[in-house]
Design a protein. Structure first.
Length: 572
């Protein structure tokens, strides 16, 4: 950011000092990310899956080898589960503890982005960047979840950022004028990438390596880092991951790590069941999901006002490279899941913050296409959040229109939709009107504060209004059966005809001397187990179980049907 722009932007600053800005961001994150974490059940698959792994760690004392259903789970490394298990040991096993690591990650992310932005541009820019991240839809939403990606992404992005600082240190740029040697940046970057690999797998190193490689290509193969520095970066990453990979191999042999690596390769080459998608899937997800930052990020790919300092121009290049590496990589990957492209949130919000800085300083204007996109995407969110209560109130009327008997059963759930559920949509209308009104009156700084602060409040209101009601339609009947009816029963609990982890976490599955039996579902349903077996299935699968001798139907609710196989009593 040029000197005159920085002065212009800083004249509008409301934070009296950088230290105060940090405390404001901590308070803001705590106020929005920490409340209501336990207000709704965990969602199948990922949230319950990960929470169950952490619960089983506490029950078995086996913290090195993740397990699900007390059998080895080689799909993910353990770092995130360690954090969940720690939270559960303090706050108890439940939804709040399962989601708490991401809420704390969210608070840390806001502070880290502020500190990065302050170093790269100015105090004011750092606050803008943190605010843009805070006030975009999916970045906000993910810090209220119990999935791995927020922590994984923070490690990767921080690792790439520190690597960039090392490159700038080598070039002698003023932004990294300190006594730390070049190699220390490369070592720290490798350590952060290693932590990313301990969080979710080798994709962390792959993304970092591709970003470095594509940046090199974009520089027409100009040398910007030495081979020994790259070796140091890679070696430290391997050493950090070796804390788990190596120790696991030494303790139990190579089988578990081999299966883990095989799964990672398969994940990139074949689609998971139910997770296919069209090639432009992530483009759509990012455009709508990172609203409103996505609109301003697009503008950053056009011409921006010169001059910018050398490190700022280079940062733009790095962020564009990172964005396209992640977007292309996960567009090529066969499995299409919303959070796969979530690392893009960092470069997108940086690019958006650069554009917003120029808009606030008056160096560029809010063009008509940006206004149209804001109105179009914002309008779709308004329509969706106003339509949801209308449709929800008519669920019983709409149910017969569905051919799927399970969907019809879901819509039979007793869910109330008070007038307050219209509040999120109405609030967003007010935000959009206020933004354009303030911008038209040249109060640009206030306009963007309203837009992003208001979007954060809109997402929070939407979570409060809708997420519990959506869960009531989709999964609550099955979860309440496991949680309230059979959790404290000394029996096996399982599902038939669909994939779920709810029977493990909410059914309070305990360690057993015969884990193979509980892992082999058919043995529970069709065999002669040593305990009663409670089974949940979907209504269109129920006839198959009704035909099984020894199973007794004991109830059903909202598209789910419940059965029991009572163990055979020994003859007297």
């Amino acid at each position: 950011m040029p000197h005159n722009e920085a002065c212009s932007v800083n004249n509008t600053v409301t934070m009296s000092s950088p230290d105060k800005a940090i405390w404001v961001l901590i308070g803001l994150g705590a106020a929005f990310y920490l409340p209501f974490l336990g207000g709704v059940h965990l969602f199948d698959w990922d949230e319950i899956n990960f929470a169950e792994i952490s619960r089983e760690m506490l029950l078995t004392g086996e913290f090195f080898r993740p397990q699900i259903n007390y059998m080895p789970f080689w799909e993910k490394p353990p770092l995130f589960f360690w954090l969940q298990a720690l939270a559960m040991s303090v706050f108890g096993i439940g939804e709040y503890a399962a989601r708490l690591p991401n809420a704390l990650t969210g608070i840390a992310t806001l502070v880290i982005l502020y500190l990065m932005g302050r170093r790269l541009h100015s105090h004011r820019f750092g606050f803008i960047w943190a605010g843009v991240y805070f006030g975009s839809v999916l970045p906000f939403l993910y810090f209220k979840s119990g999935i791995i990606d927020p922590l994984f992404n923070l490690f990767i992005f921080s690792g790439i950022y520190v690597f960039i600082l090392g490159v700038w240190k080598r070039r002698g740029l003023r932004v990294v004028r300190n006594s730390a040697p070049e190699w220390s940046y490369m070592a720290a970057s490798g350590a952060l990438i290693g932590l990313a690999m301990l969080t979710k797998g080798q994709a962390g190193f792959l993304i970092a390596a591709l970003t470095i490689g594509v940046y090199w290509i974009s520089r027409r193969f100009a040398k910007f880092v030495t081979l020994p520095q790259l070796v140091l970066f890679s070696a430290v990453a391997v050493l950090v991951t070796g804390f788990w990979y190596g120790a696991e191999t030494l303790r139990n042999g190579p089988w578990f790590v081999t299966e883990f690596v095989t799964y990672q390769i398969r994940l990139f080459s074949t689609p998971d069941a139910g997770h296919g998608g069209f090639p432009g899937y992530h483009v759509v997800v990012l455009l709508f999901g990172v609203f409103p930052a996505s609109i301003f990020a697009i503008r950053a790919f056009g011409a921006l006002p010169p001059p910018m300092q050398l490190h700022q121009r280079d940062m733009l290049r790095w962020m564009k490279v990172l964005f396209f590496v992640v977007l292309v990589l996960f567009s090529v990957v066969q499995s299409k899941i919303v959070h796969y492209s979530s690392l893009c949130y960092f470069p997108m919000t940086y690019l958006a913050a650069v554009v917003i800085g120029h808009l606030i300083s008056g160096q560029i204007r809010l063009s008509n296409w940006m206004k149209i996109m804001l109105l179009l995407i914002g309008g779709l969110f308004v329509i969706a959040t106003l339509a949801l209560p209308v449709v929800g109130r008519q669920a019983a009327v709409l149910a017969p229109l569905f051919d799927d008997p399970f969907a019809r059963g879901n819509l039979e759930a007793a869910v109330t939709w008070p007038w307050a559920t219209f509040l999120p949509g109405l609030f967003l209308i007010g935000i959009m009107v206020a933004f354009f009104g303030l911008y038209a009156r040249k109060n640009v700084h206030a306009a963007f504060s309203v837009l992003f602060g208001g979007t954060a409040i809109f997402v929070m209101l939407s979570l409060i209004a809708f997420i519990g009601r959506i869960e009531a339609f989709s999964q609550r009947a099955a979860i309440e059966f496991f949680e309230d009816t059979v959790a404290e029963t000394d029996a096996y609990k399982t599902v038939y005809g669909y994939k779920s982890y709810a029977h493990l976490f909410y059914g309070n599955r305990r360690p057993t001397s015969n884990p193979e039996l509980t892992y082999l579902n058919d043995s529970l349903i069709f065999g002669t187990p040593d305990k009663d077996v409670y089974i949940v299935t979907k209504i269109h699968k129920a006839d198959a179980l009704r035909a099984v001798e020894g199973l007794r139907e004991i109830g059903g609710k909202n598209g789910f049907v419940f059965f029991v196989r009572e163990r055979e009593k020994p003859s007297e």
